[in-house]
Design a protein around this ligand. Structure first.
Ligand SMILES: [Zn+2]
Length: 297
C-alpha cells in the first residue's frame, strides 16, 4: 500500500529571497519523495474552510488575516509578510493537515509535506505560524467523531505552546512536548506532559527519554495521534540547541511511527521546524518522517 501524502504547490509563498525561513523546502521535499519513489501521486488539499478554521481560531483573527487587517504587532510576531501567497499558503497547509488526518484513519498512517505550525494560538499567530494546522485538524476529527482521545506528540526543538494553550481545558486531547529548555518560546506554556532538554543533548539520551515516554502511550488511552516531527533538533540546525545526528532523527521517526502503527493507533505526521545550515540535508531530514511511515505500509 502506498503511503498517503498530501502536497500542494501553494505551500510555497513569496516571503522575500533573503528571508530566514527556508520556504523552498516544501517543493524540494515533494520532489525528493518522488525521486526516492516514496510517493507516486500526492493527494491535493483544498484551502481550509472558515467553518473548520473556526474550531481552533477566533473569527476576528481569521478575518484579520484574510482581509490583511491584522495588527502590525502580530504580523511581526508571525515573522512573515501578510501577502496573498502567505495567506493562501496558511489556508492550504492547514487544509493539507486536515486531509492527511482523515486519510490516516483508513491507512493507519498519512503525512503532510508541510504543517506543524505549533506556535499559533487561538487569537493570534507567532513564530512563522499563521494558523495552527494540527489544532484545527484535531478539532475537526473530534467534531466529526472520527477520534475521541487524541495525542499531540511534539518532538520539535521548540515547545508546541500553541496547542498546549488551545487544548489546556480539553480532556479529549493530550499534549506532549519534548523540546529544548533554552529555545523559543522563552516563556513556555504548560502541556499535559513537557520534557525539557538541556542544551547539546546527544542521540543516546534523547532516544532513551523518548522510548520511556512512548511506552506510556497505548490504545487504552488514545485512538489517534498527531506527530510533529521537527528536524530542528539536528546538530547543524541554525536555531536548535540540541546535538541529534542524521541517524538519531531516523531512529526517532522509526520509533514513533512503529510504536503507534503496531498499536493500531492512526498517526498523522507533519513536518514541524527545520532550519539546517545545509539545505539539501534539511530536505533529506524532513523526508525521514515519510520514509519511516512508507516502510510500514
Ligand atoms: Zn521548531
Amino acid at each position: 500500500m502506498e503511503l498517503p501524502v498530501v502536497n500542494h504547490k501553494d505551500y510555497f509563498a513569496k516571503i522575500g529571497d533573503d528571508h530566514k525561513f527556508p520556504i523552498n523546502k516544501f517543493a524540494e521535499l515533494a520532489k525528493f519523495l518522488k525521486k526516492e519513489k516514496i510517493v507516486k501521486k500526492f493527494h491535493t488539499p483544498y484551502p481550509c474552510s472558515n467553518e473548520t478554521l473556526m474550531r481552533a481560531h477566533s473569527e476576528n483573527y481569521i478575518k484579520d488575516v484574510k482581509n490583511k487587517t491584522l495588527d502590525i504587532r502580530i504580523i511581526k510576531k508571525i515573522g512573515f509578510p501578510l501577502v496573498d501567497s502567505v495567506i493562501q499558503r496558511s489556508l492550504v497547509a492547514t487544509g493539507g493537515t486536515v486531509l492527511a488526518s482523515k486519510l490516516a484513519i483508513d491507512s493507519g498512517l498519512a503525512c503532510n509535506t508541510a504543517g506543524g505550525s505549533h506556535h499559533a494560538n487561538y487569537h493570534e499567530g507567532a513564530g512563522y505560524c499563521v494558523f495552527n494546522d494540527v489544532a484545527v485538524a484535531t478539532q475537526y476529527l473530534l467534531n466529526k467523531e472520527l477520534a475521541s482521545n487524541i495525542l499531540i506528540l511534539y518532538l520539535d526543538v521548540h515547545q508546541g505552546n500553541g496547542n498546549s494553550d488551545i487544548f489546556k481545558d480539553n480532556r479529549n486531547v493530550f499534549t506532549f512536548s519534548m523540546h529544548s529548555k533554552s529555545n523559543y518560546p522563552a516563556k513556555k506554556s504548560m502541556s499535559d506532559l513537557d520534557i525539557e532538554l538541556e542544551d547539546n543533548m546527544e542521540d543516546e539520551k534523547y532516544l532513551e527519554l523518548l522510548k520511556t515516554c512512548l511506552n506510556k502511550f497505548n490504545k487504552d488511552n488514545f485512538d489517534y495521534v498527531f506527530y510533529i516531527a521537527g528536524v530542528d533538533i539536528h546538530f547543524n540546525d541554525r536555531l536548535g540547541k540540541l546535538k541529534i545526528t542524521d541517524d538519531g532523527i531516523k531512529e526517532r521517526d522509526e520509533l514513533v511511527t512503529e510504536n503507534f502503527f503496531s498499536k493500531k493507533i492512526p498517526l498523522c505526521g507533519v513536518l514541524g521546524g527545520g532550519y539546517n545550515k545545509d539545505f539539501n540535508k534539511l530536505v533529506e531530514l524532513h523526508a525521514s518522517l515519510h520514509q519511516s511511515c512508507a516502510k510500514l505500509l
